[in-house]
Design a protein around this ligand. Structure first.
Ligand SMILES: NC(=O)c1ccc[n+]([C@@H]2O[C@H](COP(=O)([O-])OP(=O)(O)OC[C@H]3O[C@@H](n4cnc5c(N)ncnc54)[C@H](OP(=O)(O)O)[C@@H]3O)[C@@H](O)[C@H]2O)c1
Length: 295
């Protein structure tokens, strides 16, 4: 693949951060197992991040919890000083102290420390999009969102996103502050968050699906890469792979979807990005819409 970007469709997060709708989820560039610690092939990871940007990706998703800080560090190491149009979205509210210890902490104190830490690791003065990684059942949701609003008022965060949320939580959050994005699970085979996507469409909120290839956060592999049935049939007809059709379908599914499939290989990165150039006919979309899904 040459360096010409194939990504032609954009979305304006909060009406101002214009990003290509094909982004990159950086979580897997972390130590394994458990996405914990530094990515062992640090130079290889940097190469992949640079290739992503070279191919037109200008939206990268990360989190304090990925690699427990190292994921943000590899992004800065690879890409700082950043291209003007690059948007890095990070998240806070999970305290990850070991590969198998994922503890929600969305207390105002932890979120404040998290934002300060992310600013340092990412070498930024302001985080363009800061997402609450997960509501914390021990902390009133309104307190977590108010803490983010305070950090926004102080200029440390430009826009606020939320992740792993319910409809009720979106409503509550929006009563406190403008919500620019929601990051929940969604793929062609798992549409349990259809109502959340609909709510985002209605309210001009970006929807950033994780699990777009059916991946389990802590296991390797993308089940949709080996899908059979309609997905495989349409892929075969077009001379592409089922995972590419799964991604292309999401891009056709709703205009506010920004994809962030992750990978650790440049070959997969290039194959995934190529999905943004796949045109699906109305008939193909209709058959894909009928694929049986987790609802
Ligand atoms: N908010 C949350 O709670 C949450 C949860 C999970 C993830 N996320 C975010 O969402 C991003 C995406 O997550 P995800 O669950 O969609 O994926 P992911 O966790 O980033 O992993 C994708 C998996 O699919 C494989 N893969 C990718 N492209 C492939 C291809 N073309 N052919 C075959 N296998 C392929 C990758 O393996 P290879 O490395 O071998 O390509 C990897 O194991 C993450 O990186 C993270 O930023 C957020």
């Amino acid at each position: 693949m040459n360096n010409t970007t194939l990504i032609s469709s954009t979305y304006a997060i909060a009406d101002e951060l214009i990003v290509n709708r094909f982004g990159y989820g950086a979580m897997r560039l972390s130590g394994q197992p458990g996405n914990f610690g530094a990515y062992p092939d640090w130079e290889g990871g940097k190469k992949l991040l640079r290739r992503a940007v070279e191919l037109g990706i200008n939206f990268i998703d990360t989190a304090e919890a990925y690699g427990a800080g190292f994921n943000e560090k590899i992004i800065a190491d690879a890409l700082y000083p950043y291209p003007d149009d690059l948007i890095i979205a990070t998240k806070g509210g999970i305290n990850k102290s070991a590969p198998d210890k994922i503890l929600a902490d969305a207390s105002p104190e932890f979120l404040r420390r998290g934002v300060e830490g992310s600013l340092q690791r990412l070498k930024l003065e302001q985080i363009d999009l800061y997402q609450l990684h997960r509501p914390d059942p021990k902390v009133p949701f309104t307190e977590s969102i108010s803490a983010l609003k305070e950090l926004q008022d102080e200029g440390k965060i430009r826009h606020i996103g939320i992740s792993n949320v319910s409809l009720e939580q979106i409503k509550t959050a929006r009563e406190i502050v403008e919500i620019a994005s929601v990051q929940n699970k969604l793929s062609i085979s798992d549409r349990t968050n259809q109502d959340i996507l609909d709510c985002c469409i209605q309210n001009n909120i970006a929807f950033i699906p994780y699990g777009s290839l059916g991946a389990h956060p802590l296991r390797r592999g993308a089940p949709l890469a080996n899908a059979e049935g309609i997905l495989a049939d349409i892929a075969h007809k077009k001379g592409v792979k089922p995972n590419q059709i799964a991604l292309a379908w999401l891009l056709h599914y709703a205009p506010n979807i920004i994809l962030i499939p992750g990978t650790t290989t440049i070959a997969h990165l290039e194959a995934n990005i190529a999905a943004s150039a796949i045109h699906l006919t109305a008939e193909e979309i209709n058959s894909l819409n009928r694929i049986s899904t987790t609802k």
